[in-house]
Design a binder for this molecule. Structure first.
Ligand SMILES: Nc1ncnc2c1ncn2[C@@H]1O[C@H](COP(=O)(O)OP(=O)(O)OP(=O)(O)O)[C@@H](O)[C@H]1O
Length: 542
């Protein structure tokens, strides 16, 4: 997800070099003034000193601006990318990997808001460290080597511990993914949870509490280790200072006169070293977040035929033909449920009821028909065309699914305000008293299940597509409205020239279709025209 281009590296170098020289100037002046170097005690040195501070400040501001832009590009562009990816991903990917992956990817991305702070501090700290080491070498190379050796030991201890942490940080994220699943269950299944004491306590005691306890333990362990390691670095520096004060001069390696410079340098560099150590945990988090986002982008990768599915022009519908179409939920496991072979032709203006027992494959068939599932085998021809028809299919079909959803905003191209068709259908759907006006917010308020299905059907009709697919639409309607739907609304939709494909269990109204297709074990076991009610019953159930 994050790739440093040559241009970015050049920017960092352009910032780092002058910043290094200026910062070095600051340390150099401090040291020389402290050691009483006459050349540095004039009045002008104060002005030079302040000027250096001013320049480094300005340089940092300019760099911060560039870095912030880079980080915000990464953050906000990837937010859009992740949204686009999830919207373009095949339904099967979402079903397979779970929608919580989307939530956690969005959260992982937020980690990168810390990127500018982390990078600036890292660059500054590394430079300061390098400069101070160079300065130490210029005073006494052997002492510098010993000090570097000591710092390297402290750093090595640190990195060993940190490296062992990334898998634990990753495990913590997995606990949090499960946690989000429970959050989703509480939001979506609140009623069911309210209804059952056992369900509530089991969710709490067997899932949420163990999950949060494990997460807390691990989070605490990770924070504790990070904290301990940070303390090692701080106290390690005191050890280094002790060596400079008491060991090196005693061994005659470091002249007494240079001890002050060494200590000042070490004190000066302790801030950057601590920074680098503290920032490591940010890098660990970045690495984990980056690899998780890459995994998300990879798992939900765009399928070529899902990209650029756009409405180009309104398309006439003539026929839809399935030729030996199969669909497997699990391609590897041939024992699992399979739809197919499906062979059928749907013609313009037909009213087809899809019937069959639970789990017989009706909804799976609807998903294949609407292009939501790609067939595993076989061919679907729309108006005789078989290549790249997915976009066309979606341009001619509107649908109300079993679990309909009324969006919080109007994401469609129609307007409902002042729309006579909309107002007319509010009357037809007997929603006029429920929805007082034709404002968007009135159409998107809370409804009863049956009312929300009626509203979804109005929205589907507003799309003005020739085929309308309804999955158990009438199941949530009261008996009166259900009768009204089959006996008046369906004929009205037929008059409008719609091709209707409706999944239904309402056998009392099967005769209101032109054709009944019955599924069993994923296959079409009956495909009968409706001639009379009597004949229909015989041909369907015998
Ligand atoms: N997302 C899925 N992943 C794996 N298997 C699935 C998935 N959705 C459905 N199935 C399986 O596919 C089979 C057909 O399910 P489908 O939902 O198409 O049946 P249906 O005829 O619509 O049933 P119902 O009348 O209960 O709505 C079932 O065995 C079901 O378990």
């Amino acid at each position: 997800m994050i790739r440093l281009k040559i241009k970015n590296i050049v920017y960092i170098i352009l910032y780092a070099l002058p910043n290094t020289i200026l910062s070095f100037g600051i340390v150099y002046i401090i040291n020389n003034v402290l050691s009483g170097n006459q050349a540095f005690l004039g009045d002008h040195m104060g002005i030079v000193f302040l000027a250096l501070i001013g320049y480094t400040y300005l340089l940092n501001i300019v760099f911060q601006k560039w870095l912030n832009k880079f980080a915000f590009d990464v953050l906000y562009d990837n937010e859009k990318k992740i949204f686009n990816q999830i919207l373009s991903a095949p339904m099967r990917s979402l079903e397979r990997f779970g929608s919580k992956r989307f939530l956690t990817a969005v959260e992982d991305l937020r980690t990168f808001s810390q990127l500018p702070y982390t990078v600036t501090h890292t660059v500054n700290s590394v430079l300061m460290l390098v400069l101070c080491l160079v300065y130490m070498f210029s005073l006494s190379s052997i002492s510098a080597l010993i000090v570097i050796g000591l710092i390297a030991i402290v750093a090595a201890c640190y990195f060993v511990v940190i490296n062992s942490m990334s898998s634990q940080v990753s495990t913590l994220r997995e606990y949090n993914e499960d946690y989000y699943q429970y959050v989703g269950d509480v939001i979506d299944g609140f009623q069911e949870l309210k209804l059952s004491f056992f369900r509530r306590t089991n969710l709490m005691n067997k899932f949420l509490v163990p999950n949060r306890d494990l997460a807390k333990k691990l989070d605490f362990k990770i924070s504790y280790i990070f904290l301990s390691v940070n303390l090692i670095s701080q106290y390690g520096l005191y050890v280094v200072i002790a060596v400079i004060l008491f060991v090196l001069p005693g061994m005659g390696i470091l002249p007494r006169a240079d001890v002050i410079s060494y200590v000042v340098i070490i004190m000066f560099v302790s801030g950057p070293i601590n920074n680098l150590i503290n920032l490591q945990q940010m890098y660990t988090r970045f690495i984990v977040a980056n690899s998780r986002i890459n995994r998300f982008l990879n798992d939900f990768k765009l399928l070529a035929n899902d990209v650029n599915l756009e409405v180009t022009e309104s398309l006439e519908f003539e026929s839809l033909v399935f030729k030996d179409v199969y669909f497997y939920y699990d391609e590897e496991n041939k024992e699992s449920f399979a739809l197919g072979p499906i062979n059928l032709e749907i013609k313009k203006g037909e009213t087809i009821f899809i019937v069959g027992g639970n789990g017989s494959g009706k909804s799976t068939f609807i998903n294949a028909l609407t292009g939501i599932y790609d067939p595993s085998m076989g061919e679907i021809a729309l108006n005789g065309k078989t290549e790249n028809i997915k976009g066309d299919l979606q341009n001619i079909i509107s649908s109300v699914f079993t679990q309909n959803h009324i969006f919080s905003n109007n994401y469609d191209n129609y307007k409902i305000e002042g729309n006579t068709f909309y107002n007319e259908w509010l009357e037809i759907m007997k929603l006029k008293e429920v929805v007082a006006d034709d404002k968007e917010e009135s159409a998107r308020r809370g409804f009863s299940k049956g009312q929300s299905k009626r509203m979804s059907l109005i929205f589907a009709l507003l799309e003005e597509k020739p085929i309308i697919v309804l999955d158990e639409w009438a199941a949530d309607q009261d008996p009166q409205f259900r009768k009204y739907f089959y006996e008046e609304l369906i004929p009205k939709l037929q008059e409008m020239g719609k091709t209707i494909i409706a999944v239904t269990h309402d056998d009392a109204y099967f005769h209101n279709a032109n054709r009944i297709i019955k599924f069993d074990y994923g296959q079409i076991v009956r495909d009968v025209p409706v001639i009379s009610r009597q004949e229909l019953t015989e041909s369907l159930w015998q």
